[in-house]
Ligand binder design. Structure first.
Ligand code: NAP
Length: 348
């Protein structure tokens, strides 16, 4: 089967061909994975998403460092190819999506049936492959951890990125007043089409001033929930905008800078700081994660959320996919699509 192997730690944006520096080898002859237990299911992958964590992992900068060589990739969608003798929930031909710790940058992947989610009829299969990590993280963070309520003010940093755009959409679906922070016209335009209440374009202005103006105009005191996948300077500014009793969701550090949240101010303002590592819910609270993904898939099926895929590539173009992420060109999700990727791209 076709698979992308990470042979060494390195820069995933380097061209795959003829570059001895590329960490990747693309192979068409990797063995198809065998069913490894009675409850295992083999899935023919249709689409797999890029997350910032995949980029960091290949650079050797992620908390989970798998032994080399490995096939990267985490969330994916596809069609059931074969099932073990003890599988009760799925049969060949079923549309599914899932998350793995590794291995979805390949034509086939094997998972236990307990880790698979049925993609409801009418859902786009490529979109379903974009959903688990980005939407799963934001849904669990906003609803389970911060308990976001209608009419609360939600401030989203990195709002046009994978997890950020998911947080914006989930916030709107929950009836929150959403303030989005992103950089550049294209991102701002897309956010406005989603009905965001206020957008700050970082290339034009300062977060604090822009948001204070909006809050004043709407007679609002401040933000009740801060969703932060970026860190660094922008977090420092955002903290000046938080209400008494606010929730801070620490999601990631795309800026490369881990922010300091002063405990003395958290005390005085009664803030709750949530560190969230979504993937670890699969080990510690699997039911919470599973219920959250089921709800999201039903939202996708009913059109309550839609998934913006700004870039789609074939596996042989994986370096271009990583470049889109690294260069901050992604608006929503970047995908690797198998089979009729050309047809898919022509629809974008
Ligand atoms: N805690 C968890 O369980 C969990 C789950 C998923 C993701 N994450 C983390 O969340 C963060 C975002 O992930 P993602 O997949 O949404 O990434 P993404 O699609 O690349 O989005 C990241 C956003 O961060 C902003 N950004 C600011 N400074 C940046 C920089 N120096 N380089 C790149 N982007 C920068 C960019 O927005 P502008 O260009 O508009 O400023 C970009 O849209 C990552 O740190 C990731 O590890 C955590």
């Amino acid at each position: 089967m076709e698979a992308l192997l990470c042979q060494k730690i390195g820069d995933p944006t380097l061209p795959l061909d003829d570059s001895p520096s590329s960490p990747f080898t693309l192979t068409a002859t990797h063995p198809i994975p065998e069913l490894n237990s009675p409850t295992s299911v083999r899935v023919r992958v249709r689409a797999t998403s890029l997350n910032y964590a995949n980029y960091l992992q290949i650079l050797g900068k992620y908390q989970e460092k798998p032994p080399l060589p490995f096939i990267p990739g985490s969330d994916y969608s596809g069609v059931v190819d074969s099932v073990g003798s003890g599988v009760t929930k799925f049969k060949a031909g079923d549309a599914v999506c899932s998350l793995a710790s590794l291995g979805s940058f390949a034509q086939f992947i094997v998972a236990d049936e307990a880790q698979l989610f049925r993609v409801p009829e009418g859902c786009d299969l490529v979109a379903a492959g974009a959903l688990p990590v980005a939407y799963g993280t934001s849904h669990l963070a906003l609803l389970h951890r911060a308990q976001l309520q209608p009419n609360q003010v939600l401030l989203v940093l990195g709002a046009a990125g994978g997890v950020g755009l998911a947080a914006v959409q989930i916030g709107k679906a929950c009836g929150a007043i959403v303030i989005a922070v992103a950089r550049g016209d294209d991102k701002v335009q897309l956010l406005k089409t989603l009905g965001v209440d206020h957008v700050v374009d970082l290339s034009k202005g300062n977060v604090t001033e822009s948001v204070k103006g909006f809050l004043q105009a709407r007679k609002l005191k401040g933000a009740d929930v801060l969703y932060d996948p970026v860190g660094g300077k922008v977090t420092k500014e955002a903290m000046k905008l938080l209400n008494w009793g606010a929730h801070i969701l620490v999601i990631g550090f795309a800026s490369g800078d881990v922010p300091v949240i002063p405990a003395n101010i958290a005390l005085v303002k009664n803030w709750t700081v949530h560190g969230l590592y979504w993937g670890s819910y699969m080990i510690h609270r699997p039911v919470v994660l599973q219920n959250s993904l089921k709800e999201l898939l039903s939202w996708l099926a009913s059109g309550l959320i839609t998934i913006n895929i700004s870039h789609a590539f074939s596996l042989s173009e994986a370096n271009l996919a990583f470049s889109a992420l690294k260069d901050r060109k992604a608006i929503g999700k970047v995908m690797i699509v198998f089979d009729d990727q050309k047809t898919f791209r022509s629809k974008l």
